[in-house]
Design a protein around this ligand. Structure first.
Ligand SMILES: [Zn+2]
Length: 119
């Protein structure tokens, strides 16, 4: 029977696929990354480590802080911000300057929302 033969071949193929998949479970890769992140963050001073853990991801590259080595602390307008790698510093500061300029521009235009309260 043609169909029966095809069925057994399919079963064999499924068996081969499932056995090869079992060699690389995705869990171990995630565990490895988590361990790397913990290791990278542990190199920071206690205070910085807490801040980096709270921030979790790089605002520029959006990768997990610590996944590319010890995160770098950057002072952005007096506020500490952590980035995943040195390459993100330029973009972070450029974005800050841009948003600061936009905020200054908006403030200069003086929105007419607020009406003087009575007389
Ligand atoms: Zn980054």
């Amino acid at each position: 029977m043609k169909i029966a033969r095809f069925g057994s071949l399919f079963a064999l193929a499924a068996l081969l696929v499932s056995s090869s998949c079992a060699k690389t479970p995705p869990v171990s890769a995630a565990d490895k990354e988590a361990a790397e992140i913990r290791g990278a963050l542990s190199k920071l001073p206690e205070e910085d480590r807490k801040l980096a853990e709270e921030q979790k991801t790089c605002p520029v590259g959006h990768s997990a802080l610590g996944s590319m080595g010890t995160p770098i602390k950057v002072d952005v307008g007096g506020k500490p911000v952590f980035i995943c790698c040195e390459g993100c510093r330029k973009s972070l500061l450029a974005d800050y300057e841009k948003s600061k300029a936009a905020a200054d521009g908006a403030a200069g235009e003086a929105p007419a929302d607020e009406k003087p309260a009575g007389t």
